[in-house]
Design a protein around this ligand. Structure first.
Ligand SMILES: NC(=O)c1ccc[n+]([C@@H]2O[C@H](COP(=O)([O-])OP(=O)(O)OC[C@H]3O[C@@H](n4cnc5c(N)ncnc54)[C@H](OP(=O)(O)O)[C@@H]3O)[C@@H](O)[C@H]2O)c1
Length: 291
């Protein structure tokens, strides 16, 4: 138990750390060591997905860690190719076999499928079944906007515990975060330090701006003798957002959880929030289709 780690409580009472560790684009060969390094540095929440193709390597790190299962909080996600009630249940079993787990802490629909929302709902129904059976401690969604969340809430029984969405200073989604909050849904930030601005290229090939180099972030980081990544993560934590930064670099893995010896003032928080452009850097979730 990390005594200084802030905790967040989901709408069903399940508690998780405010800072977790992501493994998207962690090559399988690097993932086990990265997760072991994260665990050694105090992370206990690990965020993977079937689509990342590294659940097996995450599972290997968990098995070798020696931690009590209750100390760890593991999230994985159902990819759209496995949507449908029965297909989702099969995909869950396959993920659990790869992770080497009996019970999962959080299972998310990776994306809404706007072209077939009935299939999205059927998949969420499968998550509800897994939740009722006690095979997952909490269920939720990712990349859902307000319209899709409203549709889902109207057609299902268990309110998602989490909506994992793109959030960083240049795309901070204040409206969607407020909607999540009003509905008892925790916002979890993917690309919390703007990773997507560095690895994703839109059709034009133009690179979006990188918040780690923003003058406002750099100024606040200098004032606190912290790094830009630490300032951004601290801003999100102080806004009540769960963050899951990814790194395969030991120094950065340590840096991204070393966030509890400083705090940002109200003015600093609002200066960072003012950087929002309203323009996402990642793909538009509304355009996702099955392969
Ligand atoms: N639900 C979804 O659709 C979705 C989408 C994207 C991501 N995610 C989840 O969110 C997690 C985090 O998002 P992300 O990986 O897109 O982006 P991120 O965590 O914001 O940024 C990761 C990138 O930044 C670099 N980095 C890490 N720490 C750094 C630091 N302190 N200083 C400078 N650079 C640093 C990493 O490089 P190195 O690894 O080379 O150090 C990596 O390229 C993912 O791993 C995944 O678990 C979910």
């Amino acid at each position: 138990m990390n005594a200084i780690m802030p905790k967040l409580t989901l709408n069903n009472g399940v508690v998780l750390d405010a800072v977790g560790f992501g493994v998207y684009r962690s090559a399988p060969a690097e993932t086990t060591v990265a997760v072991e390094t994260a665990l050694a540095n105090g992370y206990r929440l690990i965020d993977t997905a079937a689509a990342y193709r590294n659940e097996t390597e995450v599972g290997a790190a968990l098995a070798q860690s020696g931690f009590d299962r209750a100390e760890l909080f593991i999230t994985t996600k159902l990819w759209v190719d496995d949507y449908g009630y029965d297909a989702a249940l099969r995909a869950f079993d396959a993920s659990m076999a790869r992770l080497g787990l009996d019970v999962l802490d959080l299972y998310l629909l990776h994306q809404p499928l706007p072209s077939d929302f009935d299939l999205t709902v059927a998949s969420y129904r499968a998550l509800e079944t897994l939740y009722e059976q006690g095979r997952v401690r909490a269920i939720g969604v990712s990349n859902f906007g307000t319209e899709e969340l409203s549709d889902l809430l109207a057609r299902t029984d268990v309110v998602p515990a989490v909506n994992q969405i793109e959030v960083h200073p240049y795309f901070s989604e204040p409206g969607l975060r407020a909607f999540n909050l009003e509905n008892g849904i925790l916002t979890e930030a993917w690309s919390p330090i703007g990773g997507v601005t560095r690895y994703w290229r839109h059709g034009s090939g133009a690179a979006p701006k990188d918040p780690l180099h923003d003058p406002v972030i750099v100024r606040i980081a200098a004032a606190h003798h912290k790094t830009p990544a630490q300032v951004i993560l601290r801003w999100e934590i102080q806004l009540g957002i769960c963050v899951i930064p990814k790194s395969v670099t030991p120094k950065r893995i340590a840096e991204n959880i070393d966030l509890f010896d400083f705090s940002l003032s109200a003015a600093e928080l609002s200066d960072i929030s003012a950087l929002d452009t309203g323009v996402r850097a990642g793909p538009d979730p509304g355009t996702i289709t099955r392969s």
